[in-house]
Design a protein around this ligand. Structure first.
Ligand code: ZN
Length: 135
């Protein structure tokens, strides 16, 4: 709709972001970190100075019903699900941008209406609720 875009330049931005959202087909909660650890075995190399720690292990941590749940992933598993972990971060970024673009669209739309002399949006009152039209 070229006519719409002339009046609402944020339209294209919002559509592009919506398109990116549509490509997200999986999202995993929590975070993944590589962790090296000490074990409980006495005299193990992980207790030496300097220590030779075990790992690195791929630790996936998320919150379930207010409790931290940890699961270890193999490199293969991480490879299979990495995209879904990345998607979780992208999703937050896209939503944040979409909010900004939508807020700009509201401001521009209301400013345009105000300039056009829309009787429901008299200038200087665009932050007040619009008057209700009688039914
Ligand atoms: Zn050890």
């Amino acid at each position: 709709m070229p006519d719409m875009e002339t009046h609402m330049p944020w339209e294209a931005t919002r559509r592009a972001l919506a398109g990116e959202l549509a490509a997200i087909d999986g999202v995993l909660p929590g975070s993944v970190v590589l962790r090296q650890m000490r074990c409980g075995k006495p005299g193990c190399a992980c207790k030496h100075d300097p220590p030779t720690l075990h790992g690195p292990y791929i630790q996936w941590t998320r919150t379930v019903d207010g409790k931290t749940v940890t699961r270890y992933l193999t490199q293969d598993q991480l490879g299979r699900y990495q995209q879904w972990f990345d998607n979780a971060r992208r999703l937050k970024e896209i939503v944040a941008k979409l909010e900004i673009a939508s807020l700009h669209a509201v401001e521009q739309s209301e400013a345009a209406r105000s300039r056009a002399g829309d009787p429901e949006m008299p200038s200087g009152s665009r932050h007040r609720p619009p008057r209700q039209r009688p039914a």
